[in-house]
Ligand binder design. Structure first.
Ligand SMILES: [Zn+2]
Length: 252
């Protein structure tokens, strides 16, 4: 993948993050809170590790063929690795740190194993929303969609497609954020049960891959008489990413 000519913003963002350290994480968390209108704080004793060399060791939450970073919910540590991370990685990992999935220990265990694909896909879908909202100030959203540069390009695309099609047909974005962000005032299981009941959806987290997730949703929509929604959902999933990830089309 390297060497690859990177845009000037890549060098600027990276040197700023390295200089600011933990303050870069708290600033990103603030941007995320403002973007979604949520109040979740980062966990106490939160850590950041920036590694200059690409790592070959096992990374529990976010292992990719091209490893850019990861969040370890048990150590409460974000890792930014080698030359492949930039702002989109930072947003993605800080979202993990703010999410219910990586805050409750029993959910974290499931989120790094059985639920991993779905949780990563949802995290990346919300990452895209943050990039989209900052599109006048940064080029990240365009680079993310068009896969212009390795560090900026979209990850977990098959899962992201499912969440994008869902939010254009059935589920408002605010319902997904309610499910995603840590809220100490309400048991997460209750929020999830209410979510599934409201939108009459199958258990999204217990699907082994993105294709079975798509099938389970389509089947449930048809079984509950929502054939038009099922058809729109299926058509949208195949759509061009620029249409599918145009967040102005998501239900607010
Ligand atoms: Zn991740």
């Amino acid at each position: 993948m390297w060497p690859e000519t990177m845009p000037p913003c890549y060098y600027k963002v990276r040197s700023e993050v390295i200089r600011l350290g933990l303050n870069a994480i708290t600033a990103t968390a603030k941007t995320i809170r403002e973007t979604f209108g949520v109040r979740t704080e980062l966990p106490r004793d939160f850590k950041l590790r920036i590694e200059t060399e690409p790592s070959l060791t096992h990374l529990p939450p976010c292992q990719l063929a091209r490893t850019r970073g990861g969040y370890d919910p048990f150590r409460k540590e974000i890792r930014l690795i080698g030359s492949a991370w930039c702002w989109k990685t930072l947003v993605h990992e800080v979202l993990h740190a703010l999410s219910a999935f990586h805050r409750h220990e029993h959910l974290a265990r499931l989120s790094v194993r059985e639920w991993r694909g779905v949780v990563e896909g949802l995290t990346e879908f919300l990452t895209g929303y943050v990039l989209y909202q900052a599109r006048d100030k940064r080029n990240c959203y365009k680079y993310w969609l068009e896969k212009t540069y390795t560090p900026c390009q979209i990850s977990y695309e098959p899962y992201v497609r499912v969440f994008a099609a869902l939010t254009q047909t059935l589920v408002p974005l605010h319902a997904l954020t309610k499910l995603f962000f840590y809220d100490k005032t309400k048991p997460w299981e209750q929020t999830y049960a209410e979510f599934l009941r409201t939108y009459r959806l199958p258990d999204l987290l217990r699907q082994p891959d993105a294709y079975q997730l798509e099938d389970a949703i389509t089947r449930t929509l048809r079984e509950t008489g929502r054939n038009t929604t099922a058809e729109t959902f299926e058509t949208l999933i195949e759509d061009d990413l620029r249409e599918l990830l145009d967040y102005s089309k998501t239900k607010p």
